[in-house]
Design a protein around this ligand. Sequence first.
Ligand SMILES: O=c1ccn([C@@H]2O[C@H](COP(=O)(O)O)[C@@H](O)[C@H]2O)c(=O)[nH]1
Length: 271
Amino acid sequence: MTTQELIAQIKKKKSFLCIGLDVDLNKIPQHLLKDEDPIFAFNKAIIDATHHLCVAYKPNTAFYEAYGIKGWKSLEKTIQYLNKNYPEIYTIADAKRGDIGNTSTMYAKAFLEDLAFDSVTVAPYMGKDSVEPFLAFKNKHTIMLALTSNEGAFDFQTKEVNGRELYKEVLETSKGWKNSENLMYVVGATKAEYFTEIRKIVPNSFLLVPGVGAQGGNLQDVCKYGLSENIGLLINSSRGIIYASKDENFAQNAALKAEELQQEMATILAQ
Ligand SMILES: O=c1ccn([C@@H]2O[C@H](COP(=O)(O)O)[C@@H](O)[C@H]2O)c(=O)[nH]1
């Protein structure tokens, strides 16, 4: 999906919500465990109940890799289900990859070609030649970690390198890479006070913003400083939506949580 198509979906649905599909078998309703593929059964119910309220889904691959080959199969079934039934939905493989060039090419093929996600998250630590192989994929996005939502973000990302904080160096330097128009960045919702500085460097780039909900990030604060001319935000919530309840009505209750955020977004977009 192109950036323009994503923006069109956001405007149509009055939503820039991304729902995280981080499936933990200990947290899903008991009755689903009898299913041949409980992870897919859970995802399918959540997607069917919430697709009209969001523009993107983000499975974090850790939650699938943890279940071995069965988990990978569930991930494949989930992305195939989305691409077949809801082609207007933007998809993110939250895999946080990145390696020497030829290895990165294989990671990119796995997520962008074989699984056919619209985007994949990468870590910038190995630099330009580890990220450019992802950027080479046409009409796909590479979402690079810039300033993450966790406490450990302060260990390195805010330390000075070349006279500026490392996350700023990452943003500025990556703008010069080949096919950098295919870049988006991860910035945590818990770091709302940093958005003004970030927007000075990447005024129009899309930012994937995790940390609303379970991690305590605030949607209003993020939007106050993070919205760009073309919206430029995908706000992710995973646990705060998908684990709204553990009973038979789990999918409807997840939809209610998603609707709360979507309504807030619609109000913000109307201002
Ligand atoms: O800085 C980051 C980068 C990625 N994540 C991921 O986003 C979701 C957040 O889940 P919640 O349940 O809404 O807290 C999860 O997959 C993280 O691995 C992040 O939180 N922060």
